[in-house]
Design a protein. Structure first.
Lengths: 397, 372
C-alpha cells in the first residue's frame, strides 16, 4: 500500500511539473477562435479550416480551433472556453445550427465579436450588436457550374448517348429549405441556359453530413435515369457513387478530382479567406463588422475549381464568358424571364427573410424582373419550386 | 532415446492461471499499464506532431483542466460533468452486468429518459411552477428509462429472448423516436435542432452550472455501492449472476430479480438522460448521449463493477478523450487521433488483466532442473 501511495505521488509530481511547463504564451496579439462542426474529414469544414489557417497567417494573428463541435450546448461551451480559457477576441462558427447557441454566448460576452457563417438571424437580433452573419452568393458559382453540366449534357446528346428528353440531372440535397433550394435552382438554371431541354430530380438526406445516405441518394437518382449528378451535402458520398457508376458529377466545397478522376467535372466553393481577413481587419482597427456580409465572385469569395479532364469541349471558353457576365451583371441568375412556376412567370414573391418561429413570408423580393437573392440578408431565401425540377422527397429538418 | 526426449519436451512458454496475486500488486500492474500507455501515446504524438513529449502532455493537461493555476475552473467543472454522466451510465448498467444480464441498451434507455424530460419541458414547462416541474421531469425520466429497460427483461424472463440483441435493438427504436420528435418540434428550421428550452432547467448551485449534476451522480455512486454490497437485493443479484440454479434452489425468484434489476438499471439510465437534457443541453437530438451508453459498458467492466473504481475509470476515459481532442485541434490532426489515444491506453489497461490473471512460465531446461 505504501508503495502504491508513493508511486501515485511520484506520478502526480511528474505530471504536475510537466503541466506547469510553459503556460506563459499569452501574447497581446489578436486571437481568433474557430468552432467547426466536424474536422478536415468533411469537405465543408475543410474549406473553412484551410481558409482560417491562410487568413490568420496573412493577418498575423493567432488561430485557435475547436473541431467536432455539434449543434448543441457544446457550441456555447466551446465559445465560452475559447474566450475564458484561450482569451479569444473573435469567435467564428461554421455551421447553420450553431447560430442560436452562438447568440447565447454573444449575449454573455458583449465585448467579443461573434461571426457566423450561413446564419439568418443577425439582422433581426438588433440588441446583439456583436453578432454578425456572413455568406457568399454561391448561387453564382453554382450557376456557372451548372453551365459546365449543361455543356456535358449537350455532348452526350450530340454523341447519341441520350436523347434531349433524357437529359435529366440528379441533385442530392441536405434539407428542403432556402439555402439548398437556392443552390439547386441556380445550378439547374445554369444547365438550362445551355441545354434548354434539361430536367432535374432532387432527393434530400435530412443531414448535412451522412456519407451512406448521400451515396444511396445519388445511386437512387442514377437508377432513376439521371445522367449527371450534383450535390449540396458535405461528404464524399455522392461523388463516390458517381465514380463507381461512371456518371459525371459536379461537386461542391472543393475539387474531388483526386478521388474521382473519371467523373469529376467542376466544383464551386465559397472561399472564406476574404471574409476572415475583413473580420480581423475590422476588429484590429476597432471598426464595426457588417451585420450581414455577402461575398461574391467579385470579392473572390465565390470560386470555381479547376475542371476535370472529362468536361465537354469548349467548356473553358463558355465558362469564362459566363463568369464575366455574372461579374459585370449582364447575367442575373434569378432573372424571372428564365424560369416559370406552374407555367407562369413570377412578378411578385414574398420571402421569409426575417427570423420568426412561424416562418412568416415578410419581404417582397422581386424587383426589376429579378429575384433579389442575398440582398436583404446574406443567407439565401430563394425557396420557390420552379418548373423542370421534381422533388422526389422532402426533408424539412 | 532421442525420441523420448522429444515427447516430454515442454513448449518454450506456457501459460498458467493464477489467483494468488495480492490486490495491491494487481493495482500496481494496472497503474504501470496506464503509465506505459501514456508513454506510448507520448511517443506516437511526438512522432506525429514533431512537438516534444512535455509539450504534448502539457497541451493534453491544459486542454482538460484549463488554466487551473490561474484560478480558472471552467474546464475542471466540464471535466467533472462529462465524467459524471459517463459514470452515471456505468452505474446504471452495473447491477444488470453483475447479474450476468448484458444490458447493452444504456444509450437508448438514457435517450428515452432524456426525451421524457424534454417533452415535459416543452409541453408543460410554462404551465407548472418550477419546483413541481422538476419533480415531474424526474419522475417521467425515471419511469421512461425504467420501462425501456424492463421491456427486454420481460421478454427475457418470459420467452428467453437474447437480452444483448434485444437491448441493442431498443437503442435504435429510441433514436428513431427522438429523431421523430425533433423533426416534429423543429420543422422548417433547416437543421435538426430544438432550441434550448428555458423551462425545467436544473438549478445552478454555488454558481456552478454542473454542480448539481456532479453531486447527484456522486450520491448515486455511493447508493449503488451500498445497494450492491450490503442490501438483500444486491446479494440476490450476485447469486443470480453466479448461478441461476443455485438461486432457484435457495428460493430466489429469478424472473422477478431480473425484471426488478432491469427496472433499476433503466431508471438510472433515465436519470443520466435527464441530467443531459434538463441539466446540461436543455435540448435534445439523436446524438445527445453521444455513444456514452456504450463507453459506459467498458467503464463498468474496467471498474470491476465497483462504483468507486468505475469513477476513476470514467475520469481516465474522459481525460483521454478531452485531452486528445485538444492535441488534435492544436496540431490539426483529425478525430481519429483521439480514438487512437484512448484506444492505446484502454488496450494496455485491458491487456494487463491477462498478466494479473495468468502467469507466463518459461521452459525449464534439463540442466537447470538437474542443478536444482
Amino acid at each position: 500500500m505504501k508503495k502504491l501511495i508513493a508511486l501515485l505521488l511520484v506520478a502526480m509530481m511528474v505530471f504536475g511539473m510537466v503541466a506547469c511547463g510553459n503556460n506563459a504564451d499569452d501574447g497581446e496579439s489578436l486571437k481568433v477562435g474557430f468552432i467547426f462542426l466536424h474536422d478536415e474529414q468533411s469537405t465543408y469544414d475543410k474549406n473553412f479550416i484551410d481558409a482560417a489557417v491562410e487568413a490568420c497567417k496573412n493577418m498575423n494573428v493567432t488561430m485557435v480551433q475547436k473541431t467536432q463541435i455539434p449543434e448543441s450546448k457544446a457550441c456555447y461551451d466551446a465559445a465560452v472556453e475559447l474566450i475564458e480559457v484561450e482569451g479569444c477576441n473573435i469567435i467564428f462558427a461554421d455551421s447553420f445550427g450553431h447560430e442560436s447557441f452562438l447568440m447565447e454566448a454573444a449575449a454573455k460576452y458583449p465585448n467579443v465579436q461573434f461571426c457566423h457563417a450561413t446564419g439568418t438571424q443577425a439582422h433581426t437580433a438588433t440588441d446583439l450588436k456583436n453578432f454578425h452573419n456572413a455568406f457568399a452568393s454561391i448561387y453564382q458559382g453554382r450557376y456557372a457550374a451548372g453551365v459546365v453540366a449543361g455543356l456535358k449534357l449537350n455532348e452526350m446528346i450530340d454523341a447519341g448517348k441520350i436523347t434531349s428528353e433524357q437529359a435529366k440531372m440528379g441533385y442530392v440535397g441536405a434539407f428542403t429549405f432556402a439555402e439548398v433550394m437556392s443552390g439547386y435552382t441556380s445550378f439547374y438554371l445554369g444547365a438550362k441556359s445551355v441545354c434548354p431541354s434539361v430536367t432535374m430530380d432532387v432527393k434530400f438526406t435530412g443531414s448535412w453530413y451522412d456519407e451512406t445516405k448521400e451515396k444511396q441518394a445519388a445511386q437512387a437518382l442514377i437508377d432513376g435515369g439521371c445522367v449527371l449528378i450534383s450535390q449540396h451535402a458535405d461528404s464524399m458520398g455522392a461523388p463516390t457513387a458517381c465514380e463507381n457508376a461512371g456518371v459525371p458529377n459536379v461537386s461542391y466545397n472543393g475539387s474531388t478530382a483526386a478521388a474521382c478522376p473519371e467523373t469529376f467535372l467542376i466544383s464551386s466553393r465559397i472561399n472564406w479567406v476574404p471574409y476572415f481577413e475583413y473580420m480581423i481587419t475590422q476588429v484590429k482597427e476597432g471598426k464595426e463588422i457588417d451585420v450581414d456580409w455577402t461575398g461574391t465572385l467579385e470579392t473572390g469569395s465565390v470560386v470555381l475549381t479547376d475542371m476535370g479532364k472529362n468536361v465537354a469541349e469548349g467548356t473553358k471558353e463558355k465558362l469564362d464568358e459566363v463568369v464575366k457576365g455574372l461579374k459585370d451583371g449582364t447575367i442575373n441568375v434569378f432573372d424571372t424571364a428564365n424560369f416559370t412556376v406552374d407555367g407562369e412567370t413570377l412578378t411578385s414573391y414574398m420571402a421569409d427573410v426575417d427570423f420568426d418561429a412561424e416562418y412568416t413570408k415578410d419581404t417582397e423580393v422581386i424587383a426589376n424582373g429579378i429575384f433579389q437573392e442575398s440582398k436583404f440578408r446574406s443567407g439565401p431565401y430563394f425557396d420557390i419550386e420552379i418548373d423542370g425540377i421534381t422533388l422526389l422527397d422532402r426533408n424539412y429538418g | 532415446m532421442a525420441n523420448m526426449a522429444k515427447k516430454t519436451r515442454e513448449p518454450l512458454l506456457h501459460i498458467a492461471k493464477r489467483d494468488d496475486m495480492p490486490g495491491w500488486k494487481a493495482w500496481l500492474i494496472r497503474l504501470a499499464a496506464i503509465g506505459l500507455g501514456f508513454l506510448l501515446i507520448g511517443v506516437l504524438s511526438s512522432l506525429l506532431t514533431g512537438a516534444s513529449f512535455g509539450k504534448v502532455y502539457n497541451i493534453m493537461f491544459t486542454g482538460v483542466f484549463g488554466r487551473l493555476l490561474k484560478g480558472n475552473t471552467i474546464l475542471l467543472w466540464r471535466f467533472l460533468q462529462r465524467a459524471a454522466i459517463l459514470l452515471c451510465l456505468a452505474l446504471a448498467v452495473t447491477p444488470a452486468f453483475k447479474m450476468r444480464f448484458w444490458n447493452c441498451g444504456a444509450e437508448g434507455q438514457a435517450l428515452i429518459g432524456g426525451l421524457a424530460a424534454m417533452i415535459c419541458m416543452i409541453e408543460i414547462g410554462d404551465k407548472v411552477p418550477h419546483g413541481v416541474l422538476l419533480l415531474i421531469i424526474l419522475a417521467c425520466s425515471l419511469l421512461a428509462g425504467a420501462v425501456w429497460g424492463m421491456i427486454p427483461a420481460l421478454f427475457h424472463a418470459k420467452y428467453k429472448t437474447n437480452e444483448t440483441l434485444f437491448t441493442l435493438m431498443m437503442n435504435y427504436v429510441a433514436t428513431q423516436i427522438v429523431a421523430y420528435y425533433v423533426v416534429l418540434t423543429s420543422a422548417g428550421s433547416g437543421s435538426n435542432i430544438i432550441k434550448p428550452v428555458p423551462y425545467g432547467n436544473l438549478p445552478i448551485l454555488f454558481g456552478e452550472e454542473y454542480f448539481l449534476n456532479v453531486l447527484l451522480v456522486t450520491v448515486l455512486m455511493v447508493a449503488v455501492y451500498i445497494y450492491l454490497k450490503y442490501s438483500k437485493q444486491g446479494y440476490e443479484i450476485t447469486v443470480v449472476g453466479e448461478s441461476q440454479n443455485t438461486a432457484r434452489y435457495v428460493g430466489i425468484n429469478v424472473k422477478n430479480v431480473i425484471i426488478r434489476t432491469m427496472l433499476i438499471s433503466g431508471a438510472i439510465c433515465g436519470v443520466a438522460g435527464m441530467l443531459m437534457v434538463a441539466g446540461t443541453d436543455h435540448s435534445i437530438n439523436t446524438n445527445t448521449m453521444g455513444g456514452q451508453g456504450f463507453t459506459a459498458i467498458m467503464i463498468s467492466w474496467m471498474g470491476q463493477f465497483n462504483p468507486f473504481i468505475m469513477a476513476g475509470m470514467a475520469g481516465l476515459v474522459t481525460f483521454l478523450k478531452t485531452g486528445a481532442a485538444k492535441v488534435a485541434d492544436t496540431f490539426f490532426l483529425n478525430s481519429s487521433y483521439s480514438d487512437i489515444v484512448s484506444g492505446v491506453v484502454i488496450l494496455f489497461l485491458v491487456g494487463c488483466e491477462f498478466f494479473i490473471r495468468y502467469t507466463v512460465k518459461f521452459r525449464h531446461s534439463k540442466k537447470g532442473g538437474e542443478a536444482r
